[in-house]
Design a protein around this ligand. Structure first.
Ligand code: ADP
Length: 234
């Protein structure tokens, strides 16, 4: 429809602008990072007196740089496409857990894993990890007072197509239907300054590029379930 066409043209324009701005921001970030290192080594032992301040600067610069990377990835996903390989989804999940272990422990979240998938999927390894980590980190954010995170992988057919599902469910705050309808929109976030609103939009791009799909079901106060479906590797 015309509306969809206008929407996709708008998104393409946003993408172009975003990519340009993100590239522009990268240079000053690199300069700041470099100078911070120089200052640290010039002040030598006295840097200890401003340890907290140095750390804060470090963290904030890193945060900007992560946002810029996300923006670029959203705007120019093809620049990020890397080596594609066959993966066992259960192993991919297991690989991701150490990356978020500290967050799970801090929030007192109990993890349940179930892996019955026997098929393999085709995807770039880093991108597959990124999708899983995105879903898990969102689940953790949804359970500030602890709860249960369940990750299941299983073989699953969609019509004629053989594939695999990776299901991530949490017992967190859940979502209203109007929020759930928007979670895959670029820049949609309910996390104010902590969120970029790009995690799920990028995840969707990465999954659909491999011929897969991602969906969510949720009820307020009853948690959320995200399902990633990927076709089986031939
Ligand atoms: P961000 O995490 O930066 O906000 P995302 O695209 O990853 O960006 O998520 C968009 C929004 O979707 C979140 O701000 C939140 O409102 C909602 N959301 C995502 N995952 C969950 C979840 N597991 N439970 C409740 N809300 C969620």
């Amino acid at each position: 429809t015309t509306k969809q066409l206008i929407m996709s043209e708008k998104l393409a324009a946003i993408g172009e602008i975003t990519a340009g701005v993100a590239h522009e921001i990268n240079n000053p970030i690199a300069v700041m990072q470099g100078n911070l290192e120089v200052i640290r080594s010039v002040v030598g032992d006295r840097a200890e007196q401003a340890r907290v301040e140095f750390q804060l600067l470090d963290e904030q610069i890193q945060r900007i740089s992560q946002i810029v990377t996300k923006l670029l990835q959203f705007a120019k996903p093809e620049e990020f496409a890397g080596f594609i390989d066959r993966h066992a989804p259960g192993l991919a999940v297991a690989d991701c857990l150490p990356l978020v272990q500290h967050l799970l422990a801090r929030a007192a979240i109990e993890v349940q894993l179930e892996n019955t998938a026997e098929r393999l999927v085709l995807m770039n390894r880093t991108e597959l990890q990124q999708v899983i980590v995105n879903l898990v980190v969102n689940a953790i954010h949804a359970m500030p007072d602890g709860g249960r995170l369940a990750i299941e992988t299983r073989d699953s057919d969609r019509g004629e197509r053989r594939g695999v599902e990776i299901v991530v469910s949490d017992s967190g705050v859940g979502m209203d239907p109007d929020v759930a309808a928007k979670v895959f929109d670029p820049f949609f976030t309910t996390k104010r300054q902590e969120g970029t609103g790009l995690g799920l939009s990028i995840s969707q791009t990465l999954v659909t590029r491999q011929g897969g799909a991602i969906s969510v079901t949720s009820h307020p106060g009853k948690g959320a379930t995200f399902v990633v479906w990927l076709p089986e590797a031939e």
